[in-house]
Design a protein. Sequence first.
Length: 263
Amino acid sequence: MSPMIQPTPYPEINVVLAELIAGMQAILGENLLGVYLYGSLAAGDFNPESSDIDFAAVTHEPIAEVELSALQAMHARIAAIDSKWGYELEGSYFPKFSFRRHLTADARHPHLSRGGGLRVEFHDADWVLQRHFLRESGLTLYGPAPDTLIDPVSPDEIRRALAQLMENWWTPTLTDPARLDTPEYRAYAVLTMCRILFTLEHGTVASKPQAGSWALKFLDAGHSAAIHKALAWPADPHSADLEEALALIRHTTEESQQYLVDD
């Protein structure tokens, strides 16, 4: 099966994606089942100034050590090409049986971090949300449509996953806010909270800009300044201050706790 020729409106990104697919095909051969875009490129609100390229690759069988080594070398080569987009790839590789259903607590798969290398890492509850997005809105670069490979994700499953993500990752910033030191990360945190609150309310997924616009209408006006600043980032470098970001994280923590499931 051939990959899409022009999968995005951005020629430079299409060149990088063509390199990515060709490299995967050369290394994985018949083990490669599908490759998909999700995130802002698939949602239609990509911002060349701040967005990255989110992808998911699916294989028939788990990736062998020799394949992993070759993929690591491939990603290092793509990151070094004369294009910023080679450095902006972020994605994971899943065998089809793990891609279909929710990940277990000890699920570890090869993951490429934005600007980093390919490593086998734990995939947390956030991947329940990403699976839903991929199933409903994922852009196929290669292989069958993603909804043929992913089971439906119920609204309550999404809510529970986000509550777990808040507990494990975001709520600890209330007592140790070191991750919020940079304006860029505070903008990311504010829009992520808007997205989580939107999903808790509606049981479905919105992009960060869509969720930010919704939050301006329906959240307490005390959060409006932080949201306006986050939506304007990076064109306007005046991101939310620390207390504004923490206030929204605190509110989202409180709203999410009703969906936590006791072990």
